[in-house]
Ligand binder design. Structure first.
Ligand code: SF4
Length: 630
């Protein structure tokens, strides 16, 4: 379904809309050719060499055949060649590329070399050879084009499969006993098809050009009406009847250019990396503050004020982060907790400007060590580039949720860490990078010999330690750890969190720990922010949050925690669905699930209430302990 929806998104720019229109028109014309009332394209019924006129819009050729009719029937042939040969080429490429990438080892070695050999041979000359050897029928032309272009699709598919086969869901399917064939066809290939679809469109343009070239050289199907043959026949009468080659030439140019543009558009629509630019352009323009200012030594390491970020979806915007304020002192630690979808991971991404492509800021300021990186919802530029580039990874780094997805499966750990190191310190050589990585491995407890391993050769815990090493590579002041122990077993989770906490204290790091695990946050962080529906609904020192929660949502989260010291009690669960912050919101977002909701709650959104100097709760009744505790 995603593949079907994306092309519609891709035709939103004028160039793409025009190219999609041209291709669609060509298809309609090709299908409807017999019913358009045009003269027989092979009938020599009119006077030869008639220039364009009311009866023959594109004139007639040297045999008195109607040029417009021949172009229309030529469209048919062009599209048949384009569709059949690019489809055959793509299928062959998908099958062989998938096998090569999935099974790896000697299978991949032999197949990759075969792809390389085919790619080295100039395609058109190989097509010429095949057609010259086997014949000039249309079917031979299409087979020849498919046989000479499949390695390109195979290469793309192989890269896709190499990346996809180590994903968690693929491993889970194999662990569950699914066969390799099933996993490949069900979980791997469908997820790697997007670039093949876009490349197939470009391949169609190439196929049309190749067929026209063969016909021009007299190697095409002599019985079919082809644009290439028309151009070939017309170029001999270029002086006396230029329309004979101009009109088919224009048709060829228009269709091939449109297919290429369409391919680019599909690529842009399906590739988040390319889409990011256009989405960024839709948001507020960046604000230029000139050269970067010296940092403010007394400023908190992170200062967030009124931060708002939303996801723009076809059905409307979701306000994932909606007016978040907090300050984190140097060396401080903040746990951000809440249910799935509450906005905590979106907050982490928004702080470092690594959001999803369809996300945009709508308001707020963010400063790192006194340097603004976001102002009034606008990305700050300083010294000719985004200010965040000066702090991302060097002052503030992030540990991503899933180490397997964050590490490139086709590069060794050493290659990835060296690359990340030299990206920010290009003047330093590889030896300096390796020395730093060895120090970090010693610090974190990863054996140095594991540096040459590929991600799939490491255990889940070891991969997550590599991610921690990556985050510490440039000695940052603040680490944002987004669910750093997801998908790890309980013992490893405990070890990793312990190591993060020990490192934080040892290195004087500030830490933001994003987690759904209240226990993990309690052990690791000084302060806790509880998020619900994009807002921080309560923020306070950890012992206060656990000892005297004032928001009913915080209390509900506490109720789900088991206790090992107190009397046994059933764990509480929170009824109802999490609130999705869209459109105009009236009243308290937690009201539909809150046992204490009143008419006031349903009519009036609560503002943050100061329970004490460092304790805020977004509830009308935060100061009424009895009411909240009821
Ligand atoms: S404002 Fe009302 S509905 Fe919202 S959390 Fe407080 S008591 Fe519940």
């Amino acid at each position: 379904m995603a593949l079907l929806r994306l092309p519609l998104g891709a035709v939103r720019t004028p160039a793409l809309a025009v190219s999609a229109f041209v291709v669609a028109t060509a298809i309609v014309v090709a299908v409807a050719a017999p019913w358009l009332g045009l003269p027989d394209p092979d009938a020599m019924a009119a006077m030869p060499y008639q220039s364009p006129n009311a009866q023959h819009w594109f004139g007639t050729d040297n045999f008195g055949r109607d040029v417009l009719s021949r172009i229309v029937w030529g469209t048919r042939l062009a599209l048949i060649v384009a569709v059949v040969s690019s489809l055959a080429s793509s299928i062959l490429g998908i099958v062989l590329g998938s096998i090569s990438g999935y099974f790896g080892g000697w299978v991949d070695g032999v197949m990759s070399r075969t792809f390389d050999v085919f790619l080295l041979i100039p395609t058109f000359f190989l097509v010429l050879l095949i057609v010259a050897l086997f014949g000039q029928g249309l079917q031979y032309t299409m087979v020849a084009i498919a046989l000479t272009t499949w390695p390109r699709s195979a290469r793309i598919m192989r890269s896709q499969v190499l990346s996809l086969k180590s994903r968690v869901y693929v491993q889970a399917a194999l662990a569950a006993g699914a066969s390799h064939g099933w996993v490949l066809s069900r979980h791997v290939v469908p997820n790697g098809l997007a670039p093949i679809v876009t490349d197939g469109t470009i391949l169609m343009g190439f196929a049309i050009l190749t067929e026209a070239g063969l016909s021009f050289l007299g190697l095409g199907d002599q019985n079919a009406v082809s644009w290439g043959r028309m151009i070939f026949e017309g170029q001999r009468q270029l002086r006396i009847a230029p329309w004979l080659s101009i009109f088919p030439g224009l048709a060829l140019l228009l269709l091939v250019a449109s297919l290429n543009l369409l391919g680019d558009g599909l690529n842009q629509a399906m590739n988040p990396q390319l889409r990011r630019q256009s989405i960024r352009a839709k948001g507020k323009p960046p604000v230029d503050l000139g050269p970067p200012k010296a940092e403010d030594a007394g400023a908190p390491i992170l200062d967030v004020r009124g931060l708002k970020m939303e996801y723009r979806l076809p059905k409307g915007a979701i306000r994932a982060v909606d007016g978040v304020d907090f300050q984190l002192p140097r060396g401080g630690s903040l746990g951000v907790v809440g249910e799935s979808g509450c906005g905590k991971s979106s907050l982490g991404a928004a702080l470092l400007q690594v959001m999803a492509p369809n996300a945009a800021y709508t308001a707020g300021d963010v400063s790192v060590a006194g340097r603004p990186i976001l102002k009034d919802g606008q990305v700050v530029r300083a010294g000719g580039r985004d200010a965040v580039m000066d702090v991302r990874w060097t002052r503030v780094s992030i540990i991503f949720q899933s180490a397997m997805n964050a590490l490139n499966p086709v590069l060794t750990v050493r290659q990835q860490l060296v690359e990340a190191y030299r990206l920010h310190r290009p003047a330093e050589d590889e030896a300096a990078a390796v020395a730093r990585i060895e120090d970090l491995f010693d610090l974190i407890g990863i054996p140095r010999r594991r540096m040459t391993a590929y991600p799939h050769e490491l255990s889940g815990g070891m991969r997550q330690r590599v991610m921690i090493a990556l985050s510490l590579l440039h000695e940052p002041d603040l680490v944002i750890a987004d669910e750093p122990t997801t998908a790890l077993d309980v013992l490893i989770q405990d070890q990793i969190l312990g190591e993060i906490d020990a490192l934080r204290r040892r290195l004087g790091l500030a830490l933001i720990l994003i987690s759904h695990d209240m226990g993990a946050v309690a052990e690791t962080c000084d302060r806790v922010a509880v998020m619900y529906a994009g807002e921080i609904v309560e923020i306070a020192p950890t012992h206060v949050i656990f000892g005297d929660p004032r928001h009913p949502y915080t209390r509900a989260l506490m109720g789900g925690l088991p206790t090992v010291t107190g009397p046994k009690r059933p764990l509480e669960t929170l009824a109802g669905e999490p609130f999705t912050p869209t459109g105009d919101i009236v009243g308290c977002r937690f009201a539909p699930r809150c046992a204490m909701a009143t008419d006031r709650c349903r009519a009036e959104a609560p503002a943050p209430t100061a329970v004490s100097a460092d304790h805020l709760a977004r509830c009308h009744y935060a100061l009424e302990r009895e009411a909240v505790s009821a």
